[in-house]
Design a protein around this ligand. Structure first.
Ligand code: FAD
Ligand code: MLT
Ligand code: ZN
Length: 482
């Protein structure tokens, strides 16, 4: 609701009228029922307020909205698929702010299979980007559980990781050029398709991972890769975290270039998936406390991946590093194995409250991280259920903790920051990071001072002040209040 009467600020209604004139009626939502889905996150943990949701359909319209907001001191919360794990896309409870959704900017502007690039708008959903690449006989490798909703602008703004980072890198590594609307409405036209471009500060990289605090990404040039002509996927039960790491080393030694994903899952996580996800089934009878999913691919036919997979697993079994394994014999089996991994967040959500710890350590320290952080969480909250899983090949484990069955969700969530501190103490000791791929959002701003204080945080604040002197871009996110 317009609140300018109380605040003494310039009236909002004429600004909304100007926005409607610029975006058309479909471009400005103000009805509370229409606003509701934009004002909370997918887990329902964060809630906020906005006077409107703006839905521009072009870069020019984004620029016009931002200019109006800048002129009238209205804060902007950019939003893509609203799948943030850290409340990054949810507004806070403040007056004079709008959510700016990129969902209508969803065009593919160009696909170039000679240069292996794809130029797309920020609101393109990731699965659509993957499909378009496949329709052109090539491959776009970003892949994560939220891919049916997450959008290219949001993925770049969080520098998303996901399942194939071990071979292809983070979202940042998949981007060559960006188009960005700055906090004063000016547009950086940086959609260059260049592999080499050393021309001063690499501004494009500033906006990747900035979580919408420096400007709005409206379009991007993405890198494409040859399509896989051969794949091999296996789910393995392994006796320990160390065995999981040893198996990763074996595959890397056999053919590092073939490893497309190497994901770890715990027995606890698998049990949650079995109990909460319809149709989920283990492909073998051996129960385990530790599992890994190995996915190999090659762009060359006849690469012999199946043979390589069998050889490595056989040797690992002889060495006692693998207890049981199931190799996908069909695309349907491959999808079913991946589903066991991908449904971990949903299974956890259905199992009650959970606290997410998206952390990374050097790959060699992953077993120690899992053991020590699990023990520390159990000591802190007896009866809680550690659910470590994730991107072992990147040293990025989701050290998530599910609530004890006998505790209320509210009481458990009240301990969130104690739990995060407890995990982070182990992470710090192992030389890791408290935020590997999900970002800072509004969940982790209070950790920035301790982990990135001093010169790093001062430089971040200086960049923010230079680009967004009014502080209108996604306030309350990433940087702690000064
Ligand atoms: P949003 O949630 O809408 O926004 C994320 C942040 O980016 C916010 O700060 C927002 O303000 C900003 N933003 C959005 N669009 C723009 C834009 N165009 N310009 C500037 N700023 C913008 N993440 C991973 O990294 N790896 C995973 O494996 C992974 N798995 C997930 C699984 C599930 C089931 C879910 C729900 C989430 C998962 N995530 C994962 C987290 C999430 O999907 C990513 O953070 C994703 O990158 C967010 O994309 P989005 O379009 O939903 O962005
Ligand atoms: C994933 O990899 O599935 C998500 O990033 C992890 C999570 O839900 O914590
Ligand atoms: Zn993840």
């Amino acid at each position: 609701m317009p609140d300018d009467q109380q605040s003494g600020a310039a009236p909002i209604q004429p600004v909304l009228d100007a926005m409607r004139a610029s975006l058309g009626p479909a471009g400005v939502l103000t009805d509370p029922a229409d606003l509701a889905p934009y004002l909370t996150d997918w887990r329902g943990l964060y809630h906020g307020e906005a006077i409107a949701v703006l839905r521009p359909a072009s870069t020019e319209e984004v620029s016009a909205c931002v200019r109006l907001c800048a002129e009238h001191g209205i804060a902007i919360i950019p939003q893509g698929g609203n799948t943030s794990m850290v409340g990054g896309a949810t507004p806070e409870a403040r007056p004079r702010q709008v959510v700016l959704s990129l969902s209508r900017m969803n065009r593919v502007r160009q696909v170039d299979t000679a240069d292996m690039t794809m130029t797309v708008e920020a609101g393109l959903i990731l699965t659509r980007a993957q499909q378009v690449a496949a329709e052109h006989g090539v491959f776009f490798p970003l892949s994560l559980g939220a891919e049916g909703s997450a959008m290219i602008g949001g993925l770049l703004s969080t520098n998303a990781g996901g399942n194939m980072t071990v071979r292809y890198g983070n979202a940042r590594d998949l981007m060559l050029g960006l188009e960005v609307v700055l906090p004063d409405g000016a547009v950086i036209h940086g959609l260059r398709r260049l592999r080499k471009d050393n021309t001063g500060y690499a501004l494009r990289h500033l906006f990747v991972g900035a979580e919408g605090t420096l400007g709005i990404i409206t379009a991007a040039v993405l890198r494409l890769f040859p399509a896989a002509r051969e794949t091999a996927t296996a789910l393995c039960a392994v006796p320990s975290e160390d065995a999981a790491l040893a198996l990763f080393r074996r595959f890397r030694a056999a053919d590092e270039g073939a490893v497309r994903a190497f994901e770890y899952m715990s027995g606890q996580g698998m049990r949650l998936v079995m109990a909460n996800i319809e149709g989920a089934a283990m492909p073998f009878a051996t129960p385990g406390e530790h599992y890994v999913l190995v996915d190999l691919s090659a762009s060359r036919e006849g690469a012999g991946l199946r043979g390589m997979m069998e050889e490595v697993l056989e040797a690992a079994m002889e060495a006692g590093e693998v207890a049981d394994a199931a190799l996908a014999e069909s695309e349907a089996q491959r999808v079913a194995i991946w589903r066991l991994r991908e449904e971990h967040p949903e299974a956890q959500k259905r199992a009650g409250a959970s606290v997410k710890n998206d952390v990374s350590v050097p790959v060699s320290a992953v077993p120690e991280l899992i053991r020590r952080a699990s023990a520390a969480c159990l000591a802190l909250i007896p009866g809680s259920r550690p659910v470590p899983f994730g991107h072992m090949g990147d040293g990025n484990i989701h050290m998530n903790l599910a609530q004890p069955e006998a505790m209320s969700a509210t009481d458990f969530l009240a301990r969130s920051h104690d739990i995060m501190d407890c995990v982070n103490a182990v992470v710090r000791d192992l030389g890791g990071s408290f935020s590997a791929e999900h970002g800072i959002g509004r969940l982790k701003t209070d950790m920035m001072e301790e982990w990135r204080g001093g010169a790093e945080l001062a430089a971040m604040r200086a960049i923010k002040a230079a680009l967004d002197p009014q502080g209108i871009m996604n306030p309350g996110k990433v940087l702690p209040h000064a």
